[in-house]
Design a protein around this ligand. Structure first.
Ligand code: HSE
Length: 439
């Protein structure tokens, strides 16, 4: 293999928003430092964005910013194209074109990878190009590197974590200040922590996109976004936060991947975690990911999951990684992404998972109510661990809160259908899954 000595690695950025600005800032401000540490020069040659007028608080070399995406993708001088436009349609086109032009790509686009990862990596392999995606999950936490490289010698049994800062900020506000969901969301939007359309964050979709990527690397499976059970935080009420706290728990939006007995669980949902679990103390916009490997045991990774500089830092790490391969003459790089489904591993249906549950039933306060409810739970193999009834309102509805032992999701759903039909029960029963509390 030939080594291109003192070869300069040339970079083009498409999408000059928050992360694009952070990436440009690091490449420009730290040019000398990066060269010293990486061992080769890296130059930001072009930036393309539809908006070339808006001030970003950064001084660019003359002539590098334009609206011309096509010119950037075709520019023979550019080695690495950084896609930071987000969304799936235009970004997919740009990445495919760049790969077909023989360029390496760095992207933070978790939605696109989760939904079209197979196609993108297949195209990359065909064109002997590399896709870097450290910035796609958990911003500044180098979790892609950790799972794909550092922990490769492990069979990973358990990954769970907070990988959406917006949702975590909202739940933190609800917990610490007693706000309702709508007010906490408004607060997040006012502080720039949530998009005008926050659907992906609050409905768990963004976390599911990221979990798709982590699971692909951890278990050597294809991108399985459509198989992930996804539930958001919009139904969480201050009452549930209050009961959780009284019972010694926190409510967090968790992304969970487990591997046991030849099957994988992939799920994103609000979860009750013991208050003394390390992940419970992760507040605000921070992210944290717990990973358990058979060789390493338990490990926790914590840091900022979004924002201009933390995510820009992750993008630059990929640029340097790919640059090292360019400069050392490696003409391709095995990405650690599999295209073939594993026949020895099945992804469990949500109905088949087993977990403990929190139930909040709104039931009439009168004799015999509890025995009817517990009778239904018992008939579905669900055993109650503890119970509290709050308040005393004769013949009126009061919240009845129960914690169960481990039960099967299918049984729980069937039991709740029956409970919700009872005339002594008003409204739909709230139920949350509980982690970190195995029987
Ligand atoms: N809204 C996302 C988050 C952005 O808060 O984590 C980073 O992916």
């Amino acid at each position: 293999m030939k080594r291109a000595k003192n070869r300069t690695v040339n970079v083009g950025i498409i999408g000059f928003g928050t992360v694009g600005t952070g990436t440009a800032r690091i490449l420009l401000d730290k040019q000398a430092d990066l060269e010293r540490k990486a061992g080769f020069p890296v130059r930001l040659r072009r930036i393309a964005d539809l908006d070339i007028k808006r001030k970003r608080g950064i001084k660019l070399p003359a002539g590098i910013l334009s609206r011309d995406v096509e010119a950037l993708v075709r520019d023979p001088e550019i080695d690495i194209i950084v896609e930071l436009i987000g969304g799936t349609r235009a970004a997919r086109d740009v990445i495919l074109k760049a790969l077909k032009n023989g360029k390496h790509v760095v992207t933070a686009n978790k939605a696109l990878l989760a939904e079209a990862g197979q196609e993108l990596f297949r195209t990359a392999a065909k064109n002997r190009a590399v896709i870097g995606f450290e910035a796609s999950v958990a911003g500044s936490i180098p979790i892609i590197k950790v799972i794909r490289e550092s922990l490769i010698g492990n069979s990973i049994s358990n990954i769970y974590g907070i990988i959406n800062g917006t949702a975590n900020y909202i739940l933190t506000k609800m917990t610490e200040e007693g706000l309702d969901f709508g007010t906490a969301l408004g607060n997040a939007q006012a502080r720039g922590y949530a998009e005008a359309d926050p659907t992906f964050d609050i409905e768990g979709i963004d976390s599911a996109h990221k979990l798709t990527i982590l699971a692909a690397l951890a278990f050597g499976i294809p991108f399985s976004f459509k198989k992930i059970y996804t539930e958001g935080i919009t139904g969480i009420t201050p009452l549930d936060i209050h009961f959780a706290s009284e019972l010694g728990y926190k409510i967090k939006l968790l992304a969970i991947a487990k591997h046991a007995d030849g099957a994988i669980e992939l799920r994103v949902h609000p979860t009750m975690l013991p208050a003394d679990d390390l992940i419970s103390s992760v507040s605000g916009v921070f992210n944290a990911i717990f990973v358990e490997g058979d060789a390493t045991g338990e490990a926790l990774y914590y840091g900022r999951g979004a924002g201009e500089m933390p995510t820009g830092s992750a993008v630059v790490s990929d640029i340097i990684d790919i640059g090292r391969r360019i400069v050392s003459g490696a003409d391709t790089w095995l990405q650690g992404i599999t295209m073939t489904a594993r026949t020895d591993l099945k992804i469990k249906k949500m109905d088949d998972i087993r977990t403990c549950y929190y139930l909040r039933i709104s039931a009439l306060d009168k004799p015999g109510v509890l025995s009817r409810i517990s009778g239904i739970l018992g008939s579905h193999n669900i055993s109650i661990r503890s119970m509290i009834q709050k308040g005393r309102k004769k013949e009126k509805a009061v919240p009845l809160v129960m914690m169960t032992h481990e039960a099967r999701e299918r049984d729980m759903r069937q039991a709740l259908r029956e409970i919700n039909r009872l005339s002594i029960v008003s409204g739909r029963t709230m139920y949350l899954r509980v982690e970190g509390d195995e029987d």
